[in-house]
Design a protein around this ligand. Structure first.
Ligand code: STX
Length: 318
């Protein structure tokens, strides 16, 4: 079993202005002359963190991390009063990646993404396949209606009826036939007494169900109100807009990936993005290696998942 590389600090970082008044936090760590890889965080609305650097051999990789529009250290932050997300879409993020790649003087790079990061990686690679050396994908999420219904409209309720009650609690009884839309109203209500508990409930649902066993420190991090508000607002904004994808688009267009070496790593007991989506991607992109981790949920740092991911980045470093 493989585990994290040692902790490292960035050797460079900055804020990149990408237009629309948005500036993105980015950092590079590892070997400045190494093979380029970019890590795409989840959510959308999550953020990159120190453990994400540790997925790559720092002697071999130039490791690029960024915080996507509105998230993490990028500005303006989606938790701000009156946050305007109209310039925050999948296709803005794909264009941002091109701007960052050019800014860093990188010709082609490996793209690593889990969960929402896998959706963004697929959207990027299907748009700019010539820029991608390899794809490392985990916990596949493609924002199909069935996937959003499973996690946010009742489905995962079958596994977590206790936690589901807490998720539903901010939603008025007569709006429970369309929970994502009801949450959209709550999260964008100007009154903090409305949007804040809704954000905490939304983020707590996700944080308590993404690991195989509940990890209180993960839940606490995501329930912190500023973090919860950005995470919930951005996720919900992407989901009411269905990711700006045609239904099934990312899997439909997977043929474009045939010549890109890839690996799909999926936890068997992933309650957030269940294995059917990874399997459908595997069917559409049979050239990629497929690894089902028998004893893992959704999170990237569960032991079997982490091991498979690092084995993959090690192999692709050669
Ligand atoms: N959201 C899936 C996703 O990308 C539907 C995701 N879920 N939790 C995360 O990401 C964090 C790891 C950022 C908490």
């Amino acid at each position: 079993m493989r585990s994290f590389y040692p902790e490292i600090e960035p050797y460079d970082s900055g804020m990149l202005e990408v237009g629309d008044g948005q500036s993105l936090y980015w950092e590079t760590s590892g070997n400045p002359q190494g093979k380029a890889t970019v890590f795409l965080h989840g959510g959308p609305g999550g953020e990159s963190g120190p453990n994400h650097r540790r997925l790559f051999d720092p002697a071999k990789y130039r490791i690029v991390l960024l915080d996507q529009r509105g998230s993490g250290r990028s500005l303006p932050h989606a938790s701000e009063p009156g946050a305007d997300l109209s310039d925050n879409t999948t296709w803005h993020l794909v264009a941002d990646l091109e701007k960052l790649r050019e800014h860093l003087g990188i010709d082609r790079w490996q793209v690593f993404g889990g969960s929402w990061g896998s959706a963004l990686a697929l959207a990027y690679a299907e748009t700019h396949p010539e820029r991608v050396t390899e794809l490392v994908l985990r916990g596949i999420f493609t924002l199909r209606k069935s996937e959003l219904d499973w996690f946010y409209e009742g489905g995962a309720e079958q596994l977590f009826p206790d936690l589901w009650e807490s998720f539903l609690s901010p939603v008025p009884i007569d709006q429970r036939d369309d929970i994502i839309s009801a949450y959209h109203r709550l999260l964008n209500d100007p009154d903090a007494a409305i949007h804040e508990p809704a954000a905490v409930a939304w983020s707590t649902w996700e944080a308590s169900t993404i690991t195989l066993l509940r990890r209180p420190e993960v839940v606490a991090t995501f329930a912190e109100p500023r973090h919860a508000l950005a995470f919930a607002r951005i996720e919900n904004h992407y989901f009411v807009n269905k990711g700006w994808f045609d239904e099934g688009q990312l899997i439909r267009d997977a043929g474009v990936l045939a010549d890109i070496p890839g690996i799909i790593v999926q936890g068997r007991y992933d309650a957030c993005t269940p294995p059917i989506t990874a399997w459908d991607l595997h069917r559409a992109w049979p050239e990629a290696e497929f690894v089902m981790v028998p004893d893992a949920g959704h999170a990237f740092d569960e032991p079997g998942t982490l091991s498979a991911l690092i084995e993959a980045t090690d192999r692709f470093a050669e």
